[in-house]
Design a protein around this ligand. Sequence first.
Ligand SMILES: [Zn+2]
Length: 281
Amino acid sequence: MILGVVKNLMPGSGYSKLRRLYRRLNAWLYRGEQFHCPVCGGHVSTFKPFGADVAVARDLRMVSLGRRDASMCPGCASKERDRAIALYLTGRSGWFRQGPRAILHIAPEEGLGRFLRMLPNVSYLSGDLSPKNSPTPAMRRIDVTQIPFEAGTFDLFICSHVMEHVADDRQAMREVLRILKEGGVAFLQVPYSPILKETREDAAVTEAADRLRLYGQADHVRLYGTDYAERLCEAGFMVDVRGMVELFGEAMVRKNGLTVEECLFVCSKGQSTMGQIDGVK
Ligand SMILES: [Zn+2]
């Protein structure tokens, strides 16, 4: 909130430095042993509240949308989904040591971007349709429905909370599949309802107020239901849908501030080469 106001007043590198300073101050203010952030490695007393309280999110028990009391890491601003991805990748460190691994990160989150760049043997690229306005500035302009790379370029693709903004999300999914190497993995996390069987979308709904009411956010073009994995499969992915407790165990879910109801959609081009969890239970 504070940073959002400052960003408008002070764009550019000055803002980036101020943001880093603000995060460091937050990490110190919220230091503690109770919780751990696998994205920045920080130990914190609590995760901070995040998200707007919208009726549809409450009514449809939406995951990763709406008000959450403990969501954002004070030290790196990671959300639950970022920490889940980081924990999953930490558990597959052997896959990175076999490197080199090419990563494409769309709409790059600040903390997760830093985490990915620090993994061994990676070449990292970030992109966004509006590079200056993404969660943190992206390295180049990339439209996910028309990704400017040859087929089979990347080992890992990360793009959270983007598909619900894209008019032709099926085309975007096919593009992600195309640019992945055989056995490569994509994380395309979205907000969704675990009790809505069919994705809610209507091309005739274009007003911001209507989108907010129906989808939970004024710039969303749909609200995914439990059929999200089917849509990914139709695009050609192999999709491994895993619950947090199943992946990491209850203690890790609590400690790392993950959402019990959230699933990780591990999308791969053919059989994933990441293999079994080798570090984290
Ligand atoms: Zn963190």
